[in-house]
Design a protein around this ligand. Structure first.
Ligand SMILES: O=C(O)CC1=CCC(=O)O1
Length: 265
């Protein structure tokens, strides 16, 4: 467990995997922490160096007061990678984590060699959606809006009350700090990455669960179409978090993409 102050905020992070191998950096979504990647990372750590971190206001990272901007999240990650002396990494980002990945590649291109964009978009939602979520979280708490979020996150069979993992990920969501959650909703409300993402020129894989209720396949296809040469893949029987519902398929798509885009030695 590591805690480091970077860009003015204490960030919880962990480095695992195999020393000397190419670096994969994992970036989590709204209302989650880096444990959502556990089952995917377990399948990749023999061949890669792995960096996991909790974005500000999430997991064990510090919750600075809301609101946040997308550039706050982007610059936190840039400062963490500087601290770890990492450049040219593959960034694997889910949802807002995928927007942070796109922003990092645009703003700090020397830090990023490839992108894996999971269940994300160049713009997610719209002003009214985020404004009403900010208002609800600040006045009633995350528990009050959790059911609707969980319906978009997970397929009906995963949401069975006797599924222990469903109970656990519900706790992860509802224990997110209000500042971290609402602060990141502001960042999502205000971020439209269409033009900066259209200018990206690096190997990119876009992945989405077939039943994603937050960033549906059409949105992720649109994102892939913006980035020249990007690959687009749909994962069956998954909602917004295929890394949890279908870790084997998710890891296999990432591993294939990394093999295909690694230059011959
Ligand atoms: O909460 C949701 O609906 C899903 C989501 C949107 C952005 C993000 O990171 O998660």
């Amino acid at each position: 467990m590591n805690f480091t102050r970077v860009n003015g905020v204490v960030i919880h992070h962990e480095v695992r995997g195999t020393v000397g191998k190419p670096v994969l950096v994992f970036c989590n979504s709204l209302g989650t922490d880096f444990r959502i990647w556990d089952a995917v990372v377990g399948r990749l750590e023999a061949d890669y160096r792995i960096v996991l971190y909790d974005k500000r206001g999430h997991g064990l990272s510090e919750a600075t007061p809301q609101p946040y901007a997308m550039t706050d999240h982007v610059d936190d990650l840039a400062a963490l990678l500087d601290h770890l002396d990492i450049t040219g990494a593959t960034i694997v980002g889910l949802s807002v984590g995928g927007m942070i990945a796109q922003g990092l590649a645009a703003r700090w291109p020397h830090l990023v060699s490839r992108l894996v964009l999971c269940d994300t978009g160049h713009r997610i939602g719209h002003d009214d959606l985020w404004n009403s979520r900010i208002e609800a979280v600040n006045t009633k708490g995350i528990k009050a809006i959790a059911d609707g979020i969980l319906e978009r996150w997970f397929t009906p069979s995963f949401r069975a009350p006797d599924n222990d993992a469903f109970v656990g990920y519900t706790a992860m969501l509802t224990r997110t700090t209000v500042d971290g959650y609402a602060g990141t909703c502001y960042a999502l409300r205000d971020a439209d990455l269409t033009e900066s993402t259209r200018a990206l020129k690096l190997p990119t894989l876009c992945i989405v669960g077939d039943q994603d209720g937050s960033t549906p396949p059409e949105l992720v296809q649109e994102l892939a179409d913006l980035i020249g040469g990007a690959r687009f893949e749909i994962i069956a029987d998954a909602g917004h978090l295929p890394c949890i519902e279908q870790p084997e398929a998710t890891a296999a798509l990432i591993a294939d993409f990394l093999r295909e885009t690694t230059p011959a030695a």
